[in-house]
Design a protein around this ligand. Structure first.
Ligand code: ADP
Ligand code: SF4
Ligand code: MG
Length: 337
């Protein structure tokens, strides 16, 4: 399709958490948190991963980094030395050698930073784990601190001396320390005050452009990824339901779930404001999903076939994929970008 370098290819990834009952911990079912997800990420690309809480975004991100072991599927990373490796096949020792290539920025900058380590040690830890000598490590940490807008004179302080926004800068510096090939940013601004969300988003975007970083950028809200993502994947109950170039997804959504998420995005021109589509009910339970299309109990376009047949993710227009029986017939409402 194109000749850009692929950094990551995820194929048919599944993560099923067993549900155990009773003294003998008998397995009585599974939470299908990630259920047959495939996508590619190119070098220097930002893929936004969006869906309501409980859709499986964090589980997917953690499986990609092997912070969780996937149930099945392939996670093919092109390493800096140009080798392609399936992370899901690696043992602990081989994985340790690849740790420097993948990092995560966490959702909660309060619980994700160890309170008993200085900021210097927090940011420097991934370097220390690679065996970098102390002097070199301290120089690199100072350089990273400056890069993310932290005061390099405050590195001997502990995280509790910093505000939420500054803590997230610490988390970003740590994620960047080993110059990873891929960064998974898991809702990096959603725990922050609205007033500083834009600063951190801008920082992540500037760093991406300056360093040609590759992000899997998770958000529960489409407005967060609009400016940063090159492509967007929409997730619903463990599956991708839509995947496309960002602008095309916003202007011409092909899945009713995306249309509903878009209707909640604030519009710059209030005259364009349409009534938000109220999503009734909750995200379906991934331990006991509905039959057919998982979205059918909440979909205003649902027909009989939707209750019985699961729609596959199909290419509706070039590069634009959706999993809905009526993608090519429905005229869904997007938002101007
Ligand atoms: N360790 C776990 N054990 C069992 N179920 C889990 C575990 N982690 C997540 N889940 C379930 O998997 C589903 C997806 O969760 P998560 O990946 O956190 O979603 P999101 O990040 O989109 O909010 C949820 O139903 C959640 O309850
Ligand atoms: S397949 Fe049916 S229920 Fe599912 S999103 Fe499309 S119209 Fe709605
Ligand atoms: Mg999450």
């Amino acid at each position: 399709m194109d000749n850009r370098e692929t950094v990551l290819e995820v194929r048919s990834l599944k993560k099923y958490f067993p549900i155990e009952k009773g003294f003998f911990r008998r397995v009585v079912g599974h939470v299908k948190a990630v259920d047959d997800v495939s996508f590619k990420l190119h070098k220097g690309e930002v893929l936004g991963l969006v869906g309501e809480s409980g859709c499986g975004k964090t589980t997917l991100g953690r499986c990609v980094l092997r912070a969780l072991n996937a149930t099945s599927g392939e996670i093919i990373l092109k390493t800096r030395s140009g080798q392609k490796v399936d992370l899901n096949q690696l043992n602990k020792q081989d994985m340790r050698a690849l740790r420097k290539e993948l990092h995560m920025v966490f959702q909660d900058p309060f619980s994700s930073l160890s309170p008993r380590m200085t900021v210097l040690d927090i940011i420097g830890e991934p370097l220390w784990a690679q065996g970098m000598p102390r002097k070199e490590l301290e120089d690199r940490v100072r350089e990273l601190a400056t890069l993310v807008g932290l005061n390099a004179g405050h590195l001997n302080r502990y995280p509790n001396a910093f505000s939420g926004g500054q803590r997230q800068r610490i988390g970003i510096a740590r994620a960047l320390a080993t110059s990873p090939s891929l960064i998974v940013a898991d809702e990096p601004v959603s725990a922050l005050d609205v007033s500083i969300q834009a600063q951190i988003l801008n920082l992540l975007q500037d760093l991406q452009q300056e360093l040609n970083l590759t992000y899997l950028f998770i958000a529960h809200d489409l407005s967060v990824v609009e400016h940063i993502a090159d492509r967007v994947a929409v997730m619903y109950v463990g599956r991708l339901v839509e995947l496309s170039e960002t602008e095309d997804l916003y202007v011409n959504p092909k899945h009713p779930y995306t249309e509903a998420l878009l209707s909640a995005v604030p519009k710059p021109d209030p005259r364009l404001h349409e009534e938000p589509i109220i999503l009734s009910g909750e995200v379906a339970n991934p331990a006991n999903p509905p039959s057919g299309c998982y979205f059918h109990p909440r979909c205003k376009y649902a027909q009989d076939v939707c209750k019985h047949e699961t729609p596959p993710l199909q290419e509706v227009t070039p590069g634009h994929f959706a999993a809905c029986h009526f993608s090519s017939e429905l005229d869904l409402v997007g938002v101007p970008v």
